[in-house]
Structures are given as C-alpha cells and as structure tokens.
Design a protein around this ligand. Structure first.
Ligand code: B4P
Length: 190
C-alpha cells in the first residue's frame, strides 16, 4: 500500500499537488481541511465547533480529526494507498496515525515536505481568498495566525518523520507541473 503524507505550511500547494498525485498513482485523497469544510457545509455539530476555530486560523482538536481519518481508513479498505493532506498537523496526530496504520499493517512510505517562502504563502492564500469563499483565506491577520500555528504545532513533525527516515524535502515554488515532477521523482524512488 502506497501511503504518503503531504507536508507543508498553509498555501504550500498540498491540496493542489494531492489532486495530481492521486490521479497518477491511483490513491485516495484524505484532506482533513476538506472533510471539516464538508461538516461546516452540512451544519453538523462537529462542523459548527470546527468553524469557530478555523475562522480564526486555529487548529481544531486532535480527537476530532483523528476520528475522521479513522473512519475514512475503514470505509476505503480496498484502496491502493492514501495521500494524507493537512494531516497530521500535531505530534499527537502523527502518533495516532502511526498506530492506526500499524494495526492495519500499512505504514507511511514517505512524507513529502513542500518548502515555500512566507511571502509567497501569504500571496497565494489571499489570492485564493478572492474566490474561495473561505473566511480564513481573506484576512491577512488570520493567514498569519495559520502560519504561526504551523510553525509552533506542525513544523516539529518534520523532526518526528526525519527520525523515521521518511522525510523528503521538495521545493514548492515554481509551476505546478515543475513541482509535480519533483514529487513524482521522490515517489518513484519508493
Ligand atoms: P487546509 O484545508 O488543510 O488548508 P491549507 O493549510 O490552507 O492547505 P491547502 O491545501 O488548502 O492549500 P494549498 O497549499 O493546496 O486547512 C484549513 C483549516 O482546517 C486549518 O487552518 C485548521 O483550522 C483546520 N484543519 C485542517 N486539518 C487539520 C488537522 N489535521 N488538525 C487540526 N486542524 C485542522 O493551496 C493554496 C493556494 O496556492 C491555492 O489557491 C493554489 O491554487 C495555489 N497554488 C498551489 N500551488 C501553486 C504554485 N506552484 N504556484 C502558484 N500558486 C499555487
């Protein structure tokens, strides 16, 4: 099973690249951001709880996203592999994911980390905010808060995966096609 984690700050191109990776390698895309936005659209209790945090650029509680991922693993038992996009975002989430995959005997094969400068991240997100309708894309203060959340809670995960020998660094600036070619090269080495 080809299980990949796409890792990087908000706006680094995880969602964009996930689309082409799943098509080329026939994998299932698991984006916790998309799942949470679907809950918000459905106005579920979970969605309403998540919305207040997401609108401020803060992470939602670990237990919520871990539960969502577990149910997706169970409902996609015949998948050739998964692309985890925006998950894990904390060490607690990474440990939970390792446990969930260990019980199924299907470990993560690689963590593809996209490097993009801070100025480019803000530019991309505010640009998307013009059409995405996402409150967290439209205000520079909130965008900056998402980056702070990333630096304090998510970036330490790089060390966690480096210690497992799974971290692959890829430059996330350039055309979408150029970045996809770099990612494919890393995936083809697995
Ligand atoms: P996400 O939906 O994961 O949002 P994101 O970090 O902004 O990443 P996204 O995938 O959308 O951006 P991308 O880089 O593809 O999370 C939203 C919120 O949900 C979080 O802030 C948090 O509150 C909550 N959440 C989600 N998962 C969670 C978890 N595990 N734990 C706790 N909370 C969680 O694209 C950005 C833009 O750049 C796009 O417009 C794209 O077109 C553009 N772009 C991409 N590549 C480009 C390139 N090469 N050149 C120019 N532009 C490019």
């Amino acid at each position: 099973m080809l299980n990949l984690v796409l890792f990087g700050p908000p706006g680094s191109g995880k969602g964009t690249q996930a689309e082409t990776i799943i098509a080329k390698y026939n994998l299932v895309h698991l984006s916790t951001g998309d799942m949470l936005r679907a809950e918000i659209a459905a106005q579920s209790k979970l969605g309403l709880e998540a919305k207040t945090l997401m609108d401020k650029g803060e992470l939602v509680p670990d237990a919520i996203v871990i539960g969502m991922i577990e149910s997706k693993l169970d409902s996609n038992k015949s998948a050739a592999g998964f692309v985890f996009d925006g998950f894990p975002r904390t060490v607690t989430q990474a440990e939970a994911l390792d446990k969930l995959l260990a019980t199924r005997n299907v470990p993560i094969k690689a963590v593809l980390s996209l490097y993009v400068s801070e100025a480019e991240l803000t530019k991309r997100i505010l640009e998307r905010g013009k059409t995405s309708g996402r409150p967290d894309d439209q205000n520079e203060k909130i965008v900056k808060n998402r980056v702070v959340e990333y630096r304090t809670k998510t970036e330490p995960l790089a060390k966690y995966y480096e210690a497992q020998g799974k971290l692959k660094q890829v430059i996330g600036e350039g055309t979408k096609e150029e970045i996809f070619a770099l990612l494919s090269k890393e995936i083809d080495k697995i």
